[in-house]
Design a protein around this ligand. Structure first.
Ligand code: SF4
Ligand code: SF4
Length: 89
């Protein structure tokens, strides 16, 4: 069993990404809740919320491939480099 200190270290290491920080803006007004963005993301950065909108729950896992933003049919997703998490429009 891991000690508390080791667990903390492991969790912190896991959260660090080798890629630059990135955040997302989901324009709910434009999003048609098709789910393409979350389906295409192999790192499961998005989770679909109870209303069907994608929410970037694990932006630290993002490798900046750009699939989600370029494949969104309604241009409802924007990536913000240098900021993590979800940001309002
Ligand atoms: S840029 Fe790529 S890795 Fe990042 S959230 Fe979009 S699909 Fe996922
Ligand atoms: S691909 Fe675009 S329209 Fe479809 S759920 Fe994602 S943000 Fe919304």
């Amino acid at each position: 069993m891991l000690s508390k200190k080791t667990k903390v270290k492991y969790t912190e290491k896991k959260k660090k990404s080798k890629y630059p920080k990135v955040g997302f803006v989901v324009f709910d007004k434009w999003c048609k809740r098709c789910g393409i963005c979350s389906e295409l993301c192999i790192h499961n950065v998005f989770r679909i919320d109870e209303d069907g909108y994608p929410r970037p729950v694990k932006p630290v896992e993002c490798n900046l491939c750009g699939f989600c933003i370029t494949r969104c049919p309604d241009f409802a997703l924007r990536m913000i480099e240098g900021k993590s998490g979800e940001h309002s429009a």
